[in-house]
Write a protein that binds this ligand. Sequence first.
Ligand code: GLN
Length: 456
Amino acid sequence: TMACLTAIDAGDALGAFVHKTPEIALEQARAADARLKAGDAPSMCGIPLGIKDLFCTKGVPSQAASNILGGFRPEYESTVTTKLFDAGAVMLGKLNMDEFAMGSSNETSCYGNAVNPWRRGNDDTALTPGGSSGGSAAAVAGDLCLAATGTDTGGSIRQPAAFTGIVGIKPTYGRVSRWGIVAFASSLDQAGPMTKTVQDAAIFLQAMAGHDPKDSTSADLPVPDFEAALTGDIRGKKIGLPREYRMDGMPAEIDKLWADGAAMLRDAGAEIVDISLPHTKYALPAYYVIAPAEASSNLARYDGVRYGHRAKLAAGDGITEMYEKTRAEGFGKEVQRRVMIGTYVLSAGFYDAYYNRARKVRALIKRDFEEAFAAGVDAILTPATPSAAFGLGEMSSADPIEMYLNDVFTVTVNLAGLPGVSVPVGLDKQGLPLGLQLIGRPWEEGDLLNHAYVLE
Ligand code: GLN
């Protein structure tokens, strides 16, 4: 913990920590020492973690990187952080992210962006750590903490993990409680670990998972021993390579990485098969209808009355002006865009044309995966991202759609509620990390991580 606190102070340039909690960290570390001395060593005992700013942490600023939550200190602790602390973990502070987890580059944060510790060869251009869990990725890759929490609605754990050469798993929807995590798109959001190794991910996921009566979508299922599943034995397993993920214009390096990953799994005794997930091409449009729709509804609560920021009002302003001014000042551009898209697709005249249609497409995407698994596929291997980390400002200045295209390989997994893990597998020509994604059967995170273990 002391070493991490020193590294965090020396690593301010990464912009990873937006709120440091050294007093809490030292107190938790001392308590962990005492537990160890007493012969009680829970799985996360004394492990110093960074916590994404999306998690409510009692008495500690929790702003989801938004000005609208300025000054908000929750009265309660999220289920995930409660479980981690019960398992002996130490909180070093809160981590940067895209505002309300909307973004793929960490550039929509009210704190300014986090920076990727990696560089392209000798080029000094600052690169994105990805998003929305960009601060988590930068902190783990930059050795400021041993691991971090992330959340993933359309790829926000897996894409930043791939951009920074670390491991990130989005569990099956319902595996981890969402209680006390600021909601973005409730039917897609899942929290998960971002770690240096697959083994760490298994231990960390075990500590954060499990049924929670406070989240009605949390599954009442036992949590298996994920670490015990890491045998490295995948003989006889069937790995699907979906042909629809072979995009036009995909860099040759990504193609090669994918083939290399498949070869590694084959060498370990798995059978590689070509599969088809025919509705893949509709996933991004469906996601960018469903996620904003749910976001517009979830973000209605930020009204200037209940939380954080309230605009200064002029004489004669009524409640409508208070809402309007507060939300115009408190929400950044991307969040405003999502609220407007979401409100539009849910409006009476357009509901069937957009929202209902997107829900139908979602069901078809889910069925594609079910059919692949029913045909005996154990895991699906794809690239995690269409490129390596890009330069800060390179995408955000372009059309927003350009940024949305980054999520092309990851959003299907959230729409289908499946577990997906991103594993660092190689470097591009400029020396930047590249990741592959493995997608597994629902509730089989152990088996999924075992495949990732072989690729690592
Ligand atoms: N980049 C995607 C979005 O902006 C995913 C974000 C996430 O997973 N939280 O919606």
